[in-house]
Design a protein around this ligand. Structure first.
Ligand code: FAD
Length: 312
């Protein structure tokens, strides 16, 4: 039985689809499993003059308590195609593939080059969008090419064209909810639908050790509870966590959103936190850190359905 490439459901609570467990309801949730599904979902929104948002794994976003009054396209193309050529492989991965699970699959098959991403939450598409990185690796240095859906067409581009920077890309810098209807097709922002990665074969035992070491490092640094990972980018030459801790903010809470004791750049939802709680806490942290150290922190996490209460 074939799996439908697009499923549209109405009035879908989004909190459970995010790692923060925060956010209201999507008017429509379009679950897509292929680029063709993306095109159909865009056409669906266009016909109803509704804005579009893209949802990957929901591990780096804060969704408004009021929800998203349009079409949320949830990327679920999770294919992983490995083309082996002697001791290298070209791997084509769907944008909805989970980073952590895909990395483990490739490492278990003896392929080296992605072990840095062991345990990284979210999807391949979300990782490209924000140039996710950790433990010596980053998406910008890992992908060979990126497949984009833009202006109604599929396009394959080189990483150099995506303006990658520290936890950012041209896609992220220009992010706006996309009102497709009436827009010039060239103005519709690209959607990542897949990526190709080149890997080399390596000793499986050594790879497994590398993976296990990364897992231990990550576990040691990650606070328990629902979060979006690091809320702020690290300023050049410093760490946002250190600055927040130095401002005496560990444990500080607004409503049910609290700054983690283990890692001050994490905000934990200790149960029932709202988007308003998190926005107020983010504002407080920025003001307190600026007053204490003169540094203005910039959020890493994306906000959907509203804006940060400051000029980010
Ligand atoms: C516990 C924890 C630890 C973390 N550790 C790290 C870490 O070590 N390093 C790191 O870099 N990040 C880390 N993060 C943050 C997060 O994992 C990454 O930012 C991840 O790449 C986000 O992917 P996602 O699929 O969940 O994106 P989402 O949260 O779903 O989306 C984030 C943004 O990307 C856009 N987007 C998503 N998919 C696409 C697409 N296919 N095309 C176009 N736009 C898209 C969304 O619209 C949104 O604006 C952590 C998060 C958690 C919860």
């Amino acid at each position: 039985m074939s799996i439908p490439q697009l499923i549209i459901t109405e009035f879908v609570p989004l909190a459970a689809l995010t790692s923060w467990r925060i956010g209201g309801t999507a008017r429509y949730l379009a679950t897509v499993r292929s680029p063709a599904g993306v095109a159909e979902a865009i056409a669906f929104a266009d016909a109803r003059m509704l804005p579009v948002w893209i949802l990957g794994g929901g591990s780096n976003m804060l969704i408004s308590d009021d929800g998203l009054p349009g079409v949320v396209i949830r990327m679920r193309d999770m294919h992983v195609d490995i083309k082996q050529n002697a001791d290298t492989a070209e791997v084509h991965i769907g944008a909805g593939a989970p980073m952590a699970g895909t990395v483990r699959q490739l490492v278990n098959a003896g392929w080296s080059g992605m072990a840095w991403a062991e345990g990284l939450p979210g999807t391949v598409g979300g990782a490209v969008y924000g140039n996710a990185g950790c433990y010596g690796g980053a998406m910008a240095d890992t992908v060979q090419s990126i497949d984009l859906w833009r202006a109604g067409c599929l396009d394959t581009v080189l990483p150099a064209t995506l303006g990658f920077g520290y936890r950012t890309s041209a896609l992220k810098r220009h992010a706006v909810p996309q009102l497709v209807h009436g827009m010039h097709v060239g103005d519709i922002l690209p959607i990542v639908v897949g990526a190709t990665i080149r890997l080399t074969s390596a000793d499986p035992v050594q790879l497994a050790t590398e993976l296990a070491e990364t897992a231990v490092l990550r576990k040691g640094k990650t606070p328990q509870g629902s979060s979006c990972g690091s809320v702020f980018k690290n300023p050049a030459g410093d760490s946002a966590g250190r600055l927040i801790e130095a401002a005496g903010l560990k444990g500080y809470a607004v409503g049910s959103a609290v700054i983690a004791e283990r890692h001050a750049n994490y905000i934990i939802n200790r149960g029932g936190a709202t988007s308003a709680d998190v926005r107020a806490l983010v504002s407080h942290i920025r003001a307190a850190v600026a007053a204490h150290s003169g540094v203005t922190l910039e959020p890493e996490v994306q906000i959907l359905g509203e804006e940060w209460p400051f000029n980010a």
